[in-house]
Design a protein around this ligand. Structure first.
Ligand code: APR
Ligand code: ZN
Ligand code: ZN
Length: 356
């Protein structure tokens, strides 16, 4: 089959038709991809800023159709439309049972990888590898959705939408009338803005270094916008000098985490949504932490439960409360993924979507 391959970190991706997949084993299903979004974490993996095993098939924001079940697998049945979850919940560990299935680490691939590139083993990004025609995944990573949901819309729910909206409604549990700052208005940040609108937050300040992204941000719930240079001044004005109730960092860098932190009020909360690299350290004064009772929260996959939250988000979309179609700036083929990585930095692309 065809798929996007990264052979060496920092090098461009290429498209290969020498990928093969073994049939699904016990507990696994084979899924034919129908749509896959290009997320910044894919680029970070390809650049070596997030860990990945090579050769890599990137892509972790996908939707498709179940085409084969491994031995003994009872579902989802062949033909089911699914969103791929890059953290499949085992459903039985203390984290899954305790309401934090996004932190489950129990579903691990056993045995050799399902993918091969020519004669050598290859690795699917985050266990899914959506930039290929098909993938073999744990059955618990294939989350059923209704047949009439377009695959495009379903794909973006698989990472950007759950991560962004979840950060607001699950991680922070923002209450109506709270003041919110969002730093980084890409595919994920735009969904933090949509989440803030759903939560009836106000004011909602969107910050990005690319002015065109601020334009988009207004269409997705930002009541105010600023470039990073303008942040301090606008924040002062909007919050009467107190600082924000909530600040969401959606870039994944220590510098912007510090910026978000500084912009919160006494007792305010900073939520780190961006995926940072292991060697990027953030420091805080111990005295400041104590004396101002500020809070710092990590946020993995929107603190969500894919088994219920994908459906919840799709219902909001159906009701016209979430704009998912508007997130998709352009449709591309597997051949254009490398170019889509570059386009992520530009003003006019929120999400590039690979269709198959
Ligand atoms: N200050 C403000 N905005 C910034 C800065 C900065 N210093 N650096 C980058 N940005 C903006 C970019 O202009 C862009 O609009 O952050 C946005 C990032 O958006 P995308 O590249 O579309 O990334 P996205 O897919 O939204 O992911 C954001 O979440 O899932 C993680 O790994 C992902 O860490 C990444 C983050
Ligand atoms: Zn992602
Ligand atoms: Zn579990």
């Amino acid at each position: 089959m065809r798929g996007v391959v990264l052979r060496e970190a920092g090098k461009p991706v290429e498209v290969s038709d020498e990928l093969t997949l073994r049939p699904p084993g016990a507990g696994e299903v084979r899924v034919r991809l129908r749509a896959a979004g290009v997320c910044h974490s894919d680029l970070s993996m390809c650049e070596g800023r997030l860990p990945a095993r090579l050769p890599l098939v990137p892509g972790h924001e996908g939707a498709g159709e179940v085409v084969e079940l491994g031995p003994g697998v009872t579902g989802p049945p062949v033909g089911t439309h699914v969103i791929l979850s890059w953290i499949p919940p085992c459903g039985a560990c203390h984290l899954c049972l305790g309401g934090q299935p996004n932190l489950c680490v129990s579903v691990r691939p056993s045995g050799p990888p399902a993918l091969r590139l020519g004669a050598e083993p290859a690795h699917a990004a985050l266990g899914v590898g959506c930039f290929a025609e098909e993938c073999v995944v744990d059955a618990r990573a294939a989350i059923p959705i209704p047949d009439d949901v377009p695959f495009d819309v379903a794909a973006v729910v698989g990472c950007a939408v759950l991560t962004g909206v979840g950060a607001v409604v699950n991680t922070a549990r923002v209450r109506p009338g709270s003041s919110v700052l969002v730093i980084g208005c890409g595919g994920v940040g735009i969904n933090v803005l949509q989440g803030a609108a759903l939560a009836a937050a106000a004011p909602v300040l969107a910050v990005d270094r690319v002015p065109e992204k601020l334009e988009v941000a207004r269409g997705f719930g930002a009541t105010h916008t600023a470039t990073p240079d303008e942040l301090d001044e606008v924040a002062e004005e909007l919050t009467e000098g107190r600082g924000f109730d909530y600040a969401f960092e959606v870039v994944g860098r220590s510098q912007t985490i510090r910026q978000a932190w500084r912009a919160t009020r006494r007792g305010g909360t900073t939520v780190v949504v961006g995926a940072g690299s292991a060697d990027d350290m953030v420091s805080f004064s111990a005295a400041e932490l104590f004396a101002t009772e500020r809070r710092l929260l990590g946020c993995l996959y929107g603190s969500g439960d894919v088994r219920t939250d994908f459906g919840r988000l799709l219902r909001l979309w159906r009701a016209g409360r979430l704009d998912l179609d508007g997130l998709i700036s352009r449709r591309i083929t597997l051949d254009d993924v490398g170019e889509a990585f570059t386009a992520m930095g530009s003003g006019d692309v929120i999400r590039s979507l690979v269709t198959f």
